[in-house]
Design a protein around this ligand. Structure first.
Ligand SMILES: [Zn+2]
Length: 268
């Protein structure tokens, strides 16, 4: 079994059934459908309810943090039940998000809420640019917030830092989820390969962020959970593991971090 720890396949609309069927056929039999706003959480939860192997996570995205007052109470109500495995995605986005204070307020509220529920948090972290300085800046702000919320375990969705950020995250007890960006050549792919090679074997997982973030070699215009193998292959190369080892370890880590139970998965 392979777990796609982060996808938005509710965005496929009425094609979501066939997309998930292709995923299951390819061995990706478990996934987290992530909602990012009130409306999107309703859609994500609906998909998770209707398709076996999918679980719901709900939060307010940092880009929409200005809508916190309007939307959070309704999103929180969707997160309290057992069907919600994690709060998020929340986080910081210095590229598209509103002012930092607005984003931090929304993030802190979601961290506190998750701590009360005893659920993990899915983090979106994006700098204002792709250079190391902007990556460092957004992570510095994030880590100063996380230091105030020690009791929460976070998953860094689409981890986009250097070895230094990876080290800080894992030292605080968090997990790194690698996405299609790991397959990119040039600077991004190299930076992430180094972080992927550095990370402890029990703290890494994989995701697609489907239908977004097409990995290199993606055979379709829109990314799908079935294409997670491209990222798994890059992770295997970075770590010197076999593909089977990589799948086994990332699945075990995802189950531990997101507290998924084997019984909840379809037998394949
Ligand atoms: Zn996402």
């Amino acid at each position: 079994m392979i777990i796609d720890t982060h996808c938005h396949i509710q965005d496929f609309g009425n094609r979501v059934g066939e997309v998930w069927a292709r995923s299951v056929t390819s061995g990706v039999t478990c996934g987290i459908v992530v909602g990012t706003s009130r409306k999107d959480c309703v859609a994500a939860r609906q998909v998770a309810r209707s398709l076996v192997g999918l679980h719901f996570a709900g939060g307010l995205h940092p880009v929409d943090a200005a809508r916190f007052r309007d939307e959070w109470a309704d999103i929180a109500a969707m997160c309290v039940t057992e069907e919600c495995v994690a709060v998020g995605e929340t986080g910081l986005d210095f590229f598209k998000g509103p002012d930092v204070a607005t984003q931090v307020n929304s993030l802190e509220a979601q961290l506190e809420f998750a701590a009360k529920l005893g659920k993990p948090v899915i983090l979106h972290v994006r700098g204002s640019g792709r250079n190391v300085a902007s990556i460092r800046k957004v992570h510095e702000t994030l880590f100063s917030v996380l230091r105030q919320h020690r009791g929460v375990t976070c998953v860094f969705h689409c981890f986009s830092g250097t070895v230094a950020e990876a080290r800080l995250a894992v030292d605080m007890g968090h997990y790194l989820s690698f996405a299609g960006t790991l397959t990119f050549g040039e600077i991004t792919g190299r930076m992430l390969s180094e972080a992927a090679a550095f990370a402890p074997p029990d703290r890494i997982m994989v995701e697609t962020d489907a239908p977004y973030l097409r990995p290199v070699g993606c055979p379709s215009k829109r990314n799908e959970p079935a294409f997670i193998r491209l990222t798994l292959t890059s992770l295997a190369t970075a770590r010197g593991w076999t593909l089977d080892q990589t799948a086994f370890n990332t699945t075990a880590n995802a189950m531990r971090a997101l507290r998924l139970t084997a019984e909840a998965e379809p037998s394949t």
